[in-house]
Ligand binder design. Structure first.
Ligand code: F0G
Length: 458
């Protein structure tokens, strides 16, 4: 039996959930055109679609919200957030944004010209979308092991430094306006990046004069893995490790809906003053005045408290422990997962679980639907539907290497019995995987198609 780390909190407010009957679940999923994004939340029993904005806030965060200062400019809430920003992230400048992709949008608009390349370990879909929307080309340069689901590596989110160096030399610095690194690497299994690797990435970008931005959504989870796994950091606090990480970069985009433990919020931070001036202009057009950036004052206060709570080791031990418990329990019953278990989610290798479904018939989509029908569980496909696309020149489907179902765990929301229930549902699916069929996409949008795609069983 894997170990479950007890919750370092007790429950004061509850939200009822219910499992609707199986016949209704079948009807619901048909009406949703076999896309779980179209299912009403009231028809979901355990919602593992995302860990983003779905977390439970603490009593301290709710209390802080009552102090929210809703002044248009110069609100106290902004200055309380700024104090935490300066202490934890340490960038010279920042603006709040309503979520991560708003920060990505502003950064992309200012920095990227059509035809330019943006390297990262792996881009998340919104980052890819924002880069492509400016005519840029996102490039993934993660280490090769990241593409071998069963291979357990401590820092599987690391960038391949040789590849990065060769890529920059080959394409030319003038064609690379910006370099990124995603911590943890969500698209590759929620895997961490080591401090050593972050330093090498930073050195490489610096050597070529390329501005280095972190996609920092899950920075505290990444820092905790550094403390656990990287020699030399075992006695440092998560705050100290976080400061070391950010000191190596020129800026960061952040979705506080993850490691800010809030339901909405984010920021764009940087050290370059001239960039900050441009950012403020873009922000005012799109998001709001620079001291609130598309958020209410109370949201800034909740974020300020969240950025402190996420650094607590008792919280992170429970957080990583819960995800690990799910991963180990699934492994025990023979479900192929990305190894080792990540921080915020477990990723099921659908190609390996369902070898009878060809990749162009969306095996991970098929498993996602089966989990809903079998147990009212909502996971999300992050494979061929999310990252594949139709090449406009050849008209052919370009497919990603990995075809995964992600079970993302909201922070501080579900208990051990919920996790045990998920494992029971997997046991049922595992009894007869041959019963699952492939799917055909009957509608797709030109960008980020998985959100609105429609399917039918083959
Ligand atoms: N970068 C990463 C690594 C992300 O995981 C996300 C969001 C974003 C950027 C964008 O942030 O949603 O606040 O605009 N990921 C969510 C997820 C949606 O489910 O993994 P956002």
């Amino acid at each position: 039996m894997p170990k479950y780390v007890p919750e370092p909190f007790r429950i004061k407010v509850i939200e009822p959930i219910q499992l609707i009957p199986r016949q209704e679940r079948i009807k619901v999923v048909q009406e949703a055109k076999f896309n779980v994004f179209n299912i009403r939340s009231e028809n979901i029993y355990i919602d593992l679609m995302t860990d983003s904005g779905t977390s439970a806030m603490s009593n301290a965060q709710w209390a802080a919200m009552m102090l929210g200062d809703e002044a248009y400019a110069g609100a106290r809430s902004y200055f309380r957030l700024k104090e935490v920003m300066d202490d934890v992230f340490g960038f010279k400048y920042f603006v709040p944004t309503h979520q991560g992709r708003a920060a990505e949008n502003i950064l992309s608009k200012i920095m990227i010209k059509p035809g330019q390349f943006i390297p990262s370990n792996m881009h998340f879909d919104t980052t890819e979308g924002n880069i492509r929307a400016q005519g840029g080309i996102p490039v993934n340069l993660v280490i090769a092991e990241a593409y071998i689901p069963s291979k357990s590596v401590d820092f599987k989110g690391n960038m391949n430094i040789d590849k990065l160096r060769n890529f920059i030399t080959e394409k030319g610095v003038e064609n690379i306006p910006l370099g990124l690194l995603t911590i943890t690497n969500n698209a590759g299994g929620g895997q961490p990046v080591s401090l050593e690797n972050i330093k090498q990435v930073s050195d490489t970008y610096k050597e070529f004069g390329i501005p280095f931005f972190l996609d920092a959504c899950r920075f505290a989870e990444n820092a905790y893995f550094i403390k656990l796994r990287e020699p030399g950091y075992e006695n440092m606090s998560i705050l100290e490790i976080s400061r070391k990480i950010f000191a190596l970069s020129d800026g960061a985009t952040m979705s506080a809906k993850k490691d800010g433990i809030v339901n909405i919020g984010g920021f764009l931070a940087m050290n370059d003053e001239s960039l900050f001036k441009k950012v403020k202009n873009e922000l005012i057009i799109r998001e709001g005045f620079p001291t609130y950036g598309g958020l209410a004052g109370r949201d800034l206060d909740a974020m300020a408290v969240g950025f402190r709570e996420v650094l607590e080791e008792s919280y992170l031990e429970y957080r990583i422990g819960q995800t690990n418990y799910l991963g180990e329990s699934l492994r025990e019953i023979g479900i192929p997962i990305i190894e080792p278990p990540g921080a915020h989610a477990i990723y099921i290798d659908a190609k390996s679980l369902l070898p009878h479904i060809p990749q162009n018939e969306f095996p991970a989509q098929s498993l996602t639907i089966a989990l809903y029908i079998e147990g009212g569980i909502r996971g999300v496909e992050i494979g061929t539907s999310a990252f594949g696309y139709v090449d406009t020149e050849t008209g052919k489907e370009v497919m990603p290497e990995l075809d995964l179902v992600r079970l993302a765990i909201p922070r501080r929301v579900y208990t051990q019995s919920h996790i045990d229930y998920i494992v029971e549902v997997f046991k049922k699916v595992k009894e007869n995987p041959q019963a699952l069929s492939g799917y055909r996409m009957t509608y797709q949008a030109p960008l980020m198609r998985h959100f609105t795609a429609e399917f039918e069983p083959v």
